[in-house]
Structures are given as C-alpha cells and as structure tokens.
Design a protein around this ligand. Structure first.
Ligand code: CO
Length: 134
C-alpha cells in the first residue's frame, strides 16, 4: 500500500541553526523558511536526491511539536511520511486493521498542498507516521 518515502521530519528549536547544519556542514540544497500558521510550525525542506528532510520549528502558541521538543531538547526525528495513491482508501484499510488515525480522521491539506493524515505512533513501531496522497 505505501509507496515512496516522501520525507523524514526533524523537529528543532532553532531552524536557522539546523538549516545551516544541513546547508553548510552537510552540503545539502535547502529551501527558504516558510511559516505554516495552520500547522503551528515553520518549515525548511532539505532536498536530497531520493527524498526530503522536513525541518520543523514551533510557531505560535500550542505548536504540535512543542511537547516533543520539551522531551528532546536538541531536536529529533518527529515523523516519517509515506506516499499513498488514495489516502481515503488507505485510511479505511488501516482503520479496519485496528490502526488509529489522529484528529478527526479526515485528511487535511498538508505543508505540500496535498491531503495528509497522521497515524498513532503506538500502532506503527513507535513512530508517528504521516500518509500523503501522491
Ligand atoms: Co510531514
């Protein structure tokens, strides 16, 4: 059912410092910083030949990554995102198999302008898992 790895998201408390690590130390191609107020984060994409790294920094009150950064002060892998052809069909199959979808269970438009949803980490090997319709 799942296809390509779309991105690995890394939560950080300072996205400028993290971007510099990827750009200057690791020599990667990085995007501009974009505020995503609907999602409570700012993002920078690191474009790799075969996938992307999504740097996430908290934005505003009640950012969904604030708690994660309290527990992981130096940052860390926050989620992985896999592509699926049909997100609602994938969701229905997973729910039938007992998986929990976060939020109201309906796909939302994500940071790339495509429908996404998140699956409970306890059902997926301790890893918050995002599905994005390709
Ligand atoms: Co993501």
């Amino acid at each position: 059912m799942i296809g390509r790895l779309n991105h690995v998201a890394i939560a950080v408390s300072n996205i400028e410092v993290a971007t510099a690590v990827y750009r200057d130390t690791l020599g990667a191609e990085v995007s501009e910083k974009v505020a995503q107020p609907d999602h409570g984060v700012s993002t920078v994409f690191i474009n790799l030949p075969n996938t992307k790294i999504e740097l996430l920094e908290p934005l505003g009150e009640n950012s969904p990554i604030a708690k994660f950064l309290e527990k992981n002060a130096s940052g860390g892998i926050h989620h992985v995102c896999y592509e699926v052809d049909d997100i609602k069909a994938a969701r229905d199959k997973l729910v039938e198999a007992g998986a929990r979808v976060l939020g109201d269970g309906e796909p939302k438009i994500g940071a790339h302008g495509k429908p996404v949803l998140f699956l409970h980490p306890k059902d997926f090997c301790g890893t918050l898992t995002e599905l994005e319709e390709a």
